[in-house]
Write a protein that binds this ligand. Sequence first.
Ligand code: SF4
Length: 558
Amino acid sequence: MARFVLVSDTTLSRNYRSVPLLDFLASAPTDALPNAIYSFLKGPPPPAAEGRAALAPYAVRKLEASLLKHYSKDEVVVAHEDHISEFIDEDTEVIGVSTMDPLGLGPLTMSYAVFFETRAHAYVQREFESLLARINKARSGKKAKLLVGGPGVWELTVRPEELDRNKIDFAFQGEADDIAGDLFRYVSDDSGEKTEFFRGYQTFNANFRKEWEPNPKFISRYQFSKQFPALEEIPDIVNPSVKGMVEVMRGCGIGCDFCEVTLRPLRYYSPERVRREIEVNVRSGQSNAWLHTDEVFAYQHGRHYVPNEEALLDLLRAVMSTPGITRTNPTHGRISIPAAYPDLMKKMSSIMGAGRNNWIGLQVGIETGSDRLASTHMPNKTLPLKVGPDGSWSDIVWRGTYVMNKHYWRPAFTVQVGQAGETPEDNWDTVALINRMSNSSLDNGLPFEFTVTPMQNVPLGLLKSRDFDSVKLDQSQLAVYYASYRHLAKMAARDATSASSDTNVAARYVTGALVGVGGWVMFQQVKSICRKGGLDLEKAARHGLSERPQVPSIAVIR
Ligand code: SF4
């Protein structure tokens, strides 16, 4: 039987009826979204093959590939979420769980908790705990250790007591591609001997500098040892990933002062490597390639973050020429590149086959509508354009959205509320930007296509103390939520019928209806909370709109 059993929390293995924005669904509080609607919209579980996951989240597939360099296929199992107990027996040494938002402390999840003033668990936390309860039942009385890893481990560092409450033996923090074999052996032995691992975790001080905090329940790399695997130490996935996801780069380098990703070294996969992983997914019948990156336009970028057109186009050509692939889209990118390089966007769209029936979705963190906050927290994110000489930040975002829409890209924007040093004026600038874009159109009269989701920053101290009640949104912050959900309701009503590409026709229609009605219901709730908070809704809806939305004039680089 298997020595090592891997699984992810179930929020990461569903396809959310193929509606891109529904990936956020599991962040909703359980008292705000009925369970029946949540269960339908998250979609059915992925298929199982003799109890193993036929499709698994990309992070789990990477871990599987790393372990398979040291152990046999019989020793390493990626279990289907509904069959995990079948693989846990007396021989099992370590059960590895990958998680993204285990305690519901991520910025989106917190935005719902703070806005709705609820202490109810979010679905992400409920699903995580439910999975752990099943694992703990199955391993009860056996030697198998429970190890949790993945990008959500920072939440456990904030509330380490949750490890004991959920009977987790260890949490690993960091990238493990090059050390997975040693890590699993170390956890299995648990001899307490001094090894290459540090018993504790990394955290950040007030100046965003790393610090090492000892704690026997956590495992991470030693401070002065290598912190990240080199590109050649990261193995290719050997089994297919959920949604056809493959990685094209790690790290970002743009240097936004609130972002941990920028502290990781930049590593770019070659187009050939990306293609090799896509071929694994194609063999499972998938025709979409979802390109994971934190900033696609930084792929092999030049000086001052100038995009490398040749590298980007070569990458996309390699993806789209893979037999079996019909669609692709990157996960994240910044808005200044479409604003400054319309010709590049046109060429990328042409290779990707973008069009009226094939919109390219991209998550874009615009964070704010305020020039002051943009220049303070993310001066490089605007490059090669500069706030001031090339227009306001809001002009750059407007122009970027215009170019993206023109070439059939639909940005999913995120904005932050509660940023360090934020003033009400900054938030009203964000409201003005959202209103302005919500009322803008392309030259052919089609309204701008974008979504915008507020993300709440909650100070670490309050996350630790669970004292969310002391986070009270002021009127300018409520106005950001109001403008965002007002626009989302508009988009949901407009695009509901085409929102889902679910292959099940009935499910597609039901999903479309739920998205349309859900957008309206959500907006009514937001309106009611904002009204109770004293917000002048009329004022918020008009804020930043002149008679006609102004079309900015900014530098365009061809
Ligand atoms: S561009 Fe995005 S990924 Fe890069 S540092 Fe800024 S926020 Fe982080």
